[in-house]
Design a protein around this ligand. Structure first.
Ligand code: AMP
Length: 294
């Protein structure tokens, strides 16, 4: 019997907080040495139950769960969005500890980018549409940070939310292109009682904007209900009209797309999954959502 590993397992649960790559590598050397499968949940913090649901999936599937909190400047095309992005490190640590996270990695910008990351990714059609078109450089920044984090953490599985549906496709493509040995696990969207998808950005909404935002999940459901008997183009026009008639809301897009390629579709064909994706501002806060409609 290995006396040392037995005594470690008997210790009361303590979450390890790492701020540097050196610290995370030191803790991981210990973990890999003990042949543990690492599950990884990358986040930008301001945690909510949507993030915790990913952590729970990781805990079910892996031996050790590492969660990162890093607000990645490279994925913000709008610098005012970066400046107002919510940051709640103490509350995040408490939530992660309560949820049984093993290691939290909270690096500085200098730690992740000791020099500017100039890599340019090309994910074909997937990163050119929807948020890729409305947020130039966003998915390139996402690929930069996620590939860097994967290189540091070296996870067995990494968990992402379907709330960021296009991001999941981009990351799967990146893993394929870079031939990385990590399994990407896509997890369902967690919603508030009124259907609004949980998001760190929801805390930035005023009471009125929060109320208006509840229309977003409603129109997604309406899209699904109408799709059985109306042409998709007509539904799209109708929903855009509903959203843009509300003085607090403004749509970047509402699109029906092929769920594999994200190319727009005008009709539902047998055997093809169609997803409705939206990006809608409530006041200054941009909210994204999606729903499979067949
Ligand atoms: P973020 O901190 O916004 O970058 O999100 C970190 C991870 O949590 C991403 O994989 C998101 O897709 C996921 N996530 C965010 N909100 C939700 C939600 N409401 N339900 C499930 N996953 C989510």
């Amino acid at each position: 019997m290995n006396y040392q590993s037995q005594s470690i397992d008997l210790l009361p649960f303590v979450m390890i907080i790492c701020k540097t790559i050196q610290e995370i590598r030191a803790s991981e050397t210990n973990l890999t040495f003990r042949k543990k499968l690492i599950g990884f949940v990358p986040t930008m913090g301001a945690l909510h139950n949507g993030h915790i649901s990913l952590l729970k999936e990781s805990k079910k599937a892996c031996d050790i769960t590492i969660c990162s909190i890093f607000v990645n400047p490279n994925q913000f095309n709008d610098k005012s969005d970066l400046a107002r992005y919510p940051r709640t490190p103490e509350a995040d640590i408490k939530m992660l500890e309560e949820a049984g996270c093993d290691v939290v990695f909270m690096p500085s910008v200098e730690e992740i980018y000791p020099k500017a990351d100039t890599r340019v990714f090309d994910f074909g059609v997937i990163d050119k549409v929807l948020d890729g078109a409305y947020r130039p450089g966003h998915f390139n920044g996402v690929a930069q940070v996620v590939s860097r984090l994967f290189d540091i953490v070296k996870p067995y599985k990494a968990f992402f939310g379907l709330k960021d549906y296009q991001q999941v496709l981009v990351i799967k493509k990146m893993v394929e292109q870079l031939q990385l040995k990590v399994e990407i696990v896509a997890c369902p969207i967690l919603r508030e009682a009124d259907g609004l998808a949980m998001s760190s950005r929801n805390t930035l909404l005023s009471v009125e904007e929060r109320k208006a935002a509840s229309l977003v999940p409603q129109i997604m459901q309406e899209a699904k209900a109408l799709s059985t008997h109306l042409p998709l183009e007509d539904i799209k026009d109708r929903l855009l009209h509903v959203v843009n008639s509300n003085p607090l809301l403004k749509a970047d897009y509402i699109e029906f797309c092929d769920a594999d390629t994200l190319q727009p579709v005008t009709e539902i064909k047998p055997g093809k999954k169609v997803i409705c994706l939206s990006a809608i501002f409530s006041g200054k806060i941009r909210l994204i959502d999606n729903l499979f409609i067949n």
